[in-house]
Ligand binder design. Structure first.
Ligand code: OGA
Ligand code: MN
Length: 288
């Protein structure tokens, strides 16, 4: 296969043309995809009408796949697929006040996936099965570019800091029922540097609004003020590509150097069904 790319935004994202999900992957094409992923951090493929099993086997070319710490959120048939949806597995729109719907609304906060793991997810592959006509877009921000554009004072201030990331904290934000003790024991809080150094030496911001209890050693109030400043910074259009979904779009993103969030939509009436695989991380979060 010969693939080509066109940029989606000056600093983040590219659309891939010429890739056939139904053909066997060859080494040259996989290398070209990995290169494009390393360059653009977000890859978009359109018209991807594939099964969950094909979605899983495509994802496995990039890493092993995570399973979610909670047992009740997966797709019924393929355990590696996590449903991001306001529709239950019987096809009914969820009550917006239900635990599941409120938990899913956490995706509307800027985050990077599974930052609560010592080795967080490398990236994710998300496919649109039913998409919204209004809202429900996914925004992606480039954390290398956002870090580099910070003032020198801010860079100095955050250089030594770690944030405490906790899965339990994210559940508490949406008053979720208690997790089973054995599930909770698998996801204790972890402290992650706020400035992350990529193996290529480039620095990025690394944080995640729904997971962060606070800056280690700081008061809740000071932590919240810093996170608010950083969120204002990373959400500026110069760093952000906003993806308006069409059915059968497939987007893969790099969790190590981007953040993402979903824009609000009418979850009580509009159906949104997305299937996702999460690529297992291969490196600890290294600070400076
Ligand atoms: C995710 C996520 C975004 C979306 O799957 O991790 O945040 O657009 N999804 O549903
Ligand atoms: Mn996410």
């Amino acid at each position: 296969m010969t693939i080509t790319t066109t940029k989606l935004h000056p600093v983040i994202g590219a659309e891939v043309h010429g890739f056939d999900f139904l053909a066997p992957m060859d080494e040259g094409t996989l290398t070209a995809l990995k290169d494009a992923f390393a360059t653009h951090h977000i890859l978009l493929f359109r018209g991807v009408d594939i099964t969950d099993a094909q979605h899983v086997s495509f994802s496995r070319h990039f890493s092993d796949l995570e399973s979610f710490p909670q047992s009740n959120m997966g797709a019924a048939t393929v355990p590696e697929i996590y449903r991001v949806s306001n529709v239950d597995t019987d096809g009914q729109i969820l009550n917006v006040e239900s635990d599941t719907a409120r938990f899913q609304s956490l995706t509307q906060l800027w985050h990077t996936d599974s930052s609560y793991l010592p080795t967080p997810s490398l990236g994710a592959v998300l496919r649109g099965l039913e998409v919204t006509s209004d809202g429900g877009e996914t925004q992606f921000s480039n954390m290398f570019a956002a870090y580099e554009a910070l003032s020198d004072d801010m860079k100095e201030k955050i250089a030594p800091l770690k944030a405490r990331h906790s899965f339990q904290y994210s559940r508490a934000l949406k008053n979720q029922p208690p997790m089973k003790a054995e599930e909770l024991a698998k996801v204790p809080p972890v402290d992650q540097p706020i400035v992350r150094v990529h193996p290529n030496g480039r620095r990025s911001l690394y944080f995640s609004a729904p997971m962060m209890e606070g800056v280690v050693g700081w008061s809740v109030e000071d932590s919240k003020a810093l996170f608010a400043d950083l969120l204002d910074h990373i959400s500026q259009p110069e760093f952000v590509y906003k993806h308006k979904w069409s059915r059968h779009d497939l987007v893969m993103w790099d969790n190590r150097c981007t953040m993402h969030c979903v824009t609000p939509y009418a979850a009580a009436t509009e159906r949104r069904i997305m299937h996702r695989t999460a690529l297992v991380g291969t490196e600890l979060v290294v600070g400076i």
